[in-house]
Design a protein around this ligand. Structure first.
Ligand SMILES: [Fe+2]
Length: 180
């Protein structure tokens, strides 16, 4: 493209600002807030998983040590997607511990749980807490006409539901042998 054509092309682009359109869209600021909250929740949940991965003990140590790390990796990937979606919508993505602490709605006790079972119970509770916020976030993005974000929330919901299921099954008691 020569210099004149490039100038003409840039003139044609002057009236088009996808960033402005996104930011002016009704509901988008609420959607961005939800993304920031879910990013921060994911950071907190990631740390909870890693903390339990490091501190778990007992006869089921090997299985739980590996499971907690597998789930931590899945949650870690969510952080990236939730942050990048904010950039796609024209907002800055936060990256400090202070910002995460301010935005997170997930509270995790610093005290190491007394038993591995208690660790699993706490993680189930964390997933359920995060899921309740995510379902509202999905409705918000859907109502704001933002299918890209509602699809992201839906995928994150599915991942949480699957992790919650894995943990919930660990807590199930086996039926008595030959019992009715
Ligand atoms: Fe490790």
């Amino acid at each position: 493209m020569d210099g004149v054509s490039a100038l003409q092309a840039s003139d044609e682009l002057k009236g088009f600002s996808p960033l402005t359109e996104h930011m002016d869209r009704k509901g988008s600021s609420a959607v961005i807030e939800a993304l920031k909250r879910e990013q921060a929740n994911a950071v907190q949940l990631y740390l909870q998983y890693k903390g339990y991965h490091w501190n778990v003990f007992g006869p089921s140590f090997h299985d739980l040590h590996l499971l907690f790390d597998t789930h931590a990796t899945q949650v870690f990937e969510m952080i990236d997607e939730l942050a990048e979606r904010q950039r796609i919508l024209g907002a800055p993505a936060e990256y400090t511990l202070e910002a995460m602490r301010a935005a997170s709605k997930l509270v995790v006790e610093g005290k190491i749980p007394a038993t591995p079972r208690e660790m699993v119970e706490h993680l189930v509770a964390s997933h359920r807490h995060v899921l309740s916020g995510l379902k509202g976030a999905f409705e918000l993005a859907d109502g704001a006409g933002d299918p890209g974000t509602s699809d992201l929330f839906a995928r994150v919901i599915q991942a949480h539901e699957k992790m919650e299921w894995f943990l919930r099954e660990i807590l199930e008691k086996a039926p008595p042998v030959g019992g009715n």
